[in-house]
Design a protein around this ligand. Structure first.
Ligand code: PEP
Ligand code: MN
Length: 336
């Protein structure tokens, strides 16, 4: 249930509502909005008796939440969430482009790629230090050494850093170095990691598992938000289907579907979705056309020798082409 406050309700009135909810044995999470604050009741199993709450000062109405998720839904917050990190706004007017190698391989590799993608106007540098690999024999990432290299990249280029945490024991160290913490597809339902992410002070980019429905993705985001971290960015990165022309099948319909029910920003990863660099530009254009708030793209200066995901990594010049194409298609979309 949501307790919707009047537009002119005071902070003290909001706190009084939260105290009353706690007396009932539940938790109250305030969700400040542009027009009004709503307090979301969490922890209740069945319906909540609302007469006492309705009698409190500043309360406008109560609304029963019809979806299994509460905090991530539009019922709780009708206006879209915009996550601001410095000058970069994810979920705002302009799509935010995050690019870089699949994995940090060395300082020279990371800096070379970072300089190139920066030249083409990227705002966030991606690169895994901890890599969740399907095979235990594949390159597992440089670990903390990789994080230190990412810090160098930030220092030299000024780019924001997104990098992955793969379990609840390493999210703390990733949080120290990252501007955005990525939770990968394989970990979308790693609940101890999700809960730890809920206590992190940095935004979380949560990737959809290749076998998850949209409701399951949103419930995973709910785990993070229910622990107190409201800065969640969703990411569609392809799901597994019978189609075998691409590594996964990019579900572009997820973008409008999620935007209909959730206020959270959502970006698209066309690299893991397709597994082929040839398809990354067309699908990136498609993603922006259907309303994605940004892209997460793999780029490598020497993809043939990349330690992971070379086949799907764009050459830097191709990435430059992608940035140009997105600008042109954005102009077309805004014009029509
Ligand atoms: C990645 O982005 O580095 C990654 C491992 O992707 P995913 O979790 O989507 O497979
Ligand atoms: Mn990869």
């Amino acid at each position: 249930m949501l307790v919707v406050m009047k537009g002119d309700a005071t902070e003290a009135q909001v706190q009084a509502v939260i105290r009353e909810i706690e007396k009932m044995g539940y938790r109250g999470v305030p969700i400040p909005g542009a027009q009004r604050t709503a307090v979301c009741i969490i922890g209740n199993k069945g319906s909540v008796e609302d007469s006492q709450l309705l009698s409190l000062g500043g309360v406008k109405e109560t609304i029963r939440v019809t979806k299994p998720y509460k905090l991530v839904g539009r019922e709780a917050q009708p206006e879209p969430t915009v996550i601001a990190i410095g000058d970069v706004k994810i979920g705002g007017e302009e799509p935010v482009i995050m690019a870089g190698p699949c994995a940090v391989e060395s300082e020279e590799q990371a800096l070379t790629i970072a300089r190139l993608v920066k030249k083409y106007g990227v705002q966030v540098f991606r690169g895994g230090a901890f890599k969740p690999r399907t095979s235990p024999y594949s390159f597992q990432g440089l670990g903390e050494e990789g994080l230190k290299i990412l810090e160098e990249v930030r220092k030299e280029t000024g780019l924001l850093i997104i990098t992955e945490a793969i379990d609840h024991t390493n999210i703390g160290i990733v949080e120290q170095y990252a501007d955005i913490i990525q939770i990968g597809a394989r970990n979308m339902q790693n609940y101890s990691l999700l809960r730890a992410a809920g206590h992190a002070s940095k935004p979380i980019l949560l990737k959809r598992s290749f076998a998850a429905t949209i409701d399951e993705l949103l419930m995973s985001a709910e785990y993070i938000m229910s622990e107190g971290n409201a800065q969640v960015i969703l990411c569609e990165r392809g799901i597994r289907t019978f189609a075998d022309n691409t590594r996964n099948t990019l579900d572009l319909s997820a973008i409008p579907s999620i935007k209909e029910v959730s206020h959270l920003p959502i970006v698209v990863d066309p690299s893991h979705a397709t597994g082929r660099r040839e398809y990354v530009i067309p699908l990136s254009k498609g993603a922006i056309a259907v309303g994605a708030d940004g892209l997460l793209v793999e780029v490598h200066h020497d993809p043939l020798h990349a330690l992971s995901d070379g086949m799907q990594s764009l050459y830097p010049e191709q990435f430059g082409e992608l940035m140009k194409e997105i600008k042109i298609s954005r102009i077309r979309i805004v014009d029509t």
